[in-house]
Design a protein around this ligand. Structure first.
Ligand code: ATP
Length: 319
């Protein structure tokens, strides 16, 4: 293994830059040539890559987004597209690739591994929706971004004695709503992992209203349904006129937290070390504060676990 490359793919996440930095700096440390590929798999197909050195990644550890840019490439999903990507890698004599992204990006890495390129996946997504790992890079920063918004909405919600529905990202994973909801003292949290709890929430609001409480923060994970539908139900069933705030793409931005920077730094170094040890088709994860690596294929079929204890806290703490 003499030459490796790194790319970021799928949705961007704060901390990706810290991961790129760790891959590049550790490659330099271990005397490897390292390339940065622009725009994920699209750049790999187009041959959009550049050799990087220690100074290429100076002053980026604290920055959100990704200096390598990211994209989604339909062409890479085809055998023809992947052959073009393989050709580019061969032309540059690159035999190891670090892919920072989500499950789709890992599937791409799995395909490349089958074609003879050694691939290692680093989990980078704010959604925390990769089941095999407790945390993904970007999730902690996104919690804090949502939390900042919740704190501000809380002020106005209390002043106007209003119920507010805050819709957060996460797709089918409710972690972002759950963690930010608990940290922000939300009265209700609606996540896909706990289906059918809208009725309970309405009952809770009615109960609160009866004892004179009019403000209520509801964290709604985007995978749990539509904020307008919930708003309608609250009006019809509880005579509560709730406001809606959809946080949207602000959740993807911002300077990474120390947790994400450290996680990204550890994972970036581990990825290069795995390549040096001739490993392929592996992803890196974290469990009980320890890094581990496992087969990509296995990681993609890992069962979803969610922190039910944390969810239960809202029942005890917020009413
Ligand atoms: P996020 O969680 O932020 O959406 P992701 O990595 O899951 O990140 P995707 O859009 O699913 O994002 O995948 C990124 C890219 O990976 C796709 O645009 C495509 O190029 C490649 N990819 C996804 N699935 C496959 C697959 N089955 N085979 C080959 N390549 C794939």
């Amino acid at each position: 293994m003499n030459r490796i490359a790194v790319l970021t793919s799928g949705g961007d996440a704060p901390g990706m830059n810290a991961a790129i930095r760790a891959v590049v700096r550790s490659a330099v440390y271990y005397n490897l040539k390292v390339y940065g590929v622009y725009r994920g798999y699209k750049g790999l197909i187009d041959g959009s890559l550049t050799e990087m050195d220690a100074s290429s990644v100076a002053d980026i550890i604290h920055k959100g987004g990704t200096i390598l840019k990211s994209s989604r490439s339909e062409e890479f999903r085809t055998a023809e597209g992947r052959s073009k990507a393989l050709k580019v890698l061969k032309e540059h004599q690159i035999d190891g690739l670090v892919v920072i992204g989500g499950d789709g990006s890992f599937r791409g890495a799995q395909e490349l591994s089958e074609m003879g390129i050694k691939t290692i996946g680093i989990p980078g997504t704010i959604d925390n929706d990769l089941n095999y790992t407790e945390y993904t890079i970007g999730f902690d920063t996104a919690i804090n971004t949502v939390l900042e918004a919740v704190t501000k909405i809380r002020d106005t919600s209390s002043s106007h004695e209003k119920a507010t529905i805050i819709e957060v990202m996460g797709r089918r994973c409710g972690d972002l709503a759950l963690y930010a909801g608990v940290a922000g003292g939300a009265e209700s949290i609606i996540i896909p992992e706990e289906p059918g709890n809208i009725e309970t929430i309405i009952a809770k609001i009615i109960q609160g209203k009866e004892r004179g409480k009019l403000h209520h923060i509801i964290m709604l994970a985007e995978g749990s349904g539509n904020a307008s539908d919930l708003q309608k139900k609250l009006l019809e069933q509880a005579d509560v006129n709730a406001r809606i705030t959809v946080l949207g793409y602000i959740q993807r931005g911002g300077d990474p937290t120390s947790f994400d920077r450290i996680l990204a730094s550890k994972m970036g170094v581990r990825a290069v070390e795995l390549l040096l040890n001739k490993k392929t088709n592996q992803v890196i994860g974290i469990k009980n504060n320890s890094l581990f690596n496992m087969d990509i294929t296995e990681s993609l079929s890992a069962e979803r676990t969610f922190d039910r204890e944390l969810y239960k806290l809202t029942e005890i703490l917020s009413f």
